[in-house]
Design a protein around this ligand. Structure first.
Ligand SMILES: [Zn+2]
Length: 502
């Protein structure tokens, strides 16, 4: 890989103003493809989910997937877009082996949704409005596998394999207007936008939007112009960036690279670029064609899409509570600070906490376990919270046992540890590991008597009024009961037996 000299981020921003455009592709979670009845199920045998339509065989006629259109309208509405009363599909012509028709069915000058915006929240709580140019419907391509080379790319490969199972899976492409005015925060805005969009798509239920599985991917277009000027510079397009962190890194890298090229008197080439996870760099792809090179023309085999206003209004009424407003409501209900809410969001814990409270736990308990013990475990084992082998119902059960006095916090942590280790439900772990709080007053009383006898000097101090010294005796009892006593009750018993008022 060629080493590129980068300008420092601070110096780049001292001279230049970044302008970004973000294009996000979302693979819809429909059961069938966009223009035929083939299944969209993944991981099937190569080319087993194909038919004459998605293989582009002569004479095959496509039919639009109604759920695909409905999903596009929902996304458009949630992004505050206008919904076209009438729009068409277009053929985007180019030759590529993973596209059997030699054109992609897309939308060109007549997208289904346009002119919207999405408000995104930055880490310090500030709201930044990203203007949406359009959201349009299109189809995915097949998948090429290049065999025999060292890199998996076509160069050096001896042959290529083609799998058309993905060809024709519905995509929605969401394109922002140029994002200006973010300055040094441009990479942060890019990340926050993609994060918010992902939450929105998930809330709408139109896709799981899992970036690591390619269900949602972002092209980061970036250009620089000298501070104080209006005209946009030449842009680069970093393609298919597939994690939030990578979106931020790609934007940052391109700011530094563009600045270095411009400062050395060079010119930016309008091209696509590949992003590299390992070091956060980008390398040149192909010189970017302009739209006219694709020879777009209206798709003659599909009827126009003309969603009735009644249908659009019905879909608008059925929209779920949008993620940002939901977070605001939960923040108030839970009584947490902006900072804590942001941490909960960053940890991916919002839905898990809600599910845990729905299962009966008080919200402070739900938050405490997910953001404490479980977050630590996830962190240590390199998993996300929702990948942990513990359910919200199990966490709620642990909270219930704590509330009933059957477990204290220390024991509860051990129970969760057992659940994570696959030892079964909380009750089973309590049983197997013998983790119940000692609530037998007789046994506790004996332990307290023994502690008093063994620590006569401390007991005398307490009798003399130094109530604070009781902590040492509580510690001794907790040790004797291996932590399985209710510390508050132990303290009460000690003071009772020594005849002192708490
Ligand atoms: Zn098909």
């Amino acid at each position: 890989m060629t080493v590129i000299d980068l300008e420092s981020y601070e110096d780049a921003l001292a001279t230049y103003d970044p302008v970004m455009g973000l294009e996000v592709h979302v693979e819809l979670g429909t059961k069938t493809k966009m223009f035929c009845g083939c299944s969209t199920e993944l991981k099937q045998d190569a080319n087993s989910q194909t038919c004459p339509v998605c293989l582009g065989l002569p004479g095959a006629l496509p039919v639009v997937n109604e759920i695909g259109v409905e999903s596009a309208i929902k996304i458009g509405l949630a992004l505050n877009c206008e919904i076209a009363e009438w729009c068409r599909f277009a053929r985007k012509n180019y030759f590529y082996p993973d596209m059997p028709k030699n054109f992609q069915t897309s939308q060109y000058d007549e997208p289904i949704a346009y002119n919207g915006y999405l408000d995104v929240q930055l880490e310090d709580g500030e709201i930044f409005r990203v203007q949406i140019e359009r959201a349009h419907m299109e189809e995915d391509t097949g998948k090429s596998t290049h065999v025999g080379g060292a890199t998996g790319r076509i160069h050096g490969a001896s042959h290529s394999l083609l799998d058309y199972n993905r060809a024709g899976i519905p995509l929605i492409e969401i394109v922002t207007k140029p994002i200006e005015g973010a300055g040094a925060r441009a990479p942060e805005v890019a990340k926050a936008y993609v994060a918010e969009l992902r939450e929105l798509i998930k809330a709408l239920g139109v896709s799981e939007a899992r970036m690591e599985m390619g269900q949602m991917r972002c092209d980061v277009n970036l250009s620089l112009r000298p501070n104080g000027t209006e005209t946009f510079g030449t842009r680069s397009e970093t393609k298919n960036v597939n994690s939030l962190r990578s979106v931020e890194r790609a934007a940052r890298f391109e700011i530094q690279r563009h600045a270095a090229v411009l400062n050395s008197g060079g010119t930016i080439v309008q091209e696509t670029r590949h992003f590299h996870e390992e070091d956060g760099s980008t390398t040149a792809g192909r010189i970017k064609d302009n739209a006219e090179d694709y020879r777009y023309f209206p798709e003659p085999d599909l009827v126009p899409v003309a969603p009735s206003r009644d249908w659009v209004e019905e879909l608008r009424k059925g929209l779920p509570e949008l993620p940002r407003l939901r977070r605001k409501r939960l923040k108030e209900e839970w009584g947490v600070s902006e900072h804590d809410m942001q941490s909960i969001l960053n940890a991916g814990a919002v839905d898990l906490i809600v599910a845990t409270t729905d299962a009966g736990a008080p919200s402070d308990q739900a938050r405490k376990w997910w953001m404490g013990e479980l977050a630590r475990n996830a962190n240590e084992t390199g998993r996300s919270l929702d990948e942990l082998p513990v359910t919200p119902a199990q966490v709620a059960r642990v909270a219930e046992l704590v509330a009933a006095g059957d477990l204290n916090d220390k024991l509860a942590r051990q129970v969760l540890e057992g659940v994570l280790a696959g030892e079964g439900d909380p009750d089973a772990v309590v049983e197997k590991r013998g983790l119940k709080v000692v609530s037998d007053e007789g046994a506790l009383g004996t332990a307290v008597d023994e502690a008093i006898a063994a620590n006569a000097a401390i007991a005398d101090k307490i009798r003399g009024g130094k109530v604070a010294a009781a902590g040492a005796l509580v510690g001794a009892v907790m040790k004797a009961t291996r932590g399985q006593a209710d510390a508050a009750r132990v303290r009460e018993l000690i003071l009772e037996k020594l005849g002192v008022e708490g």
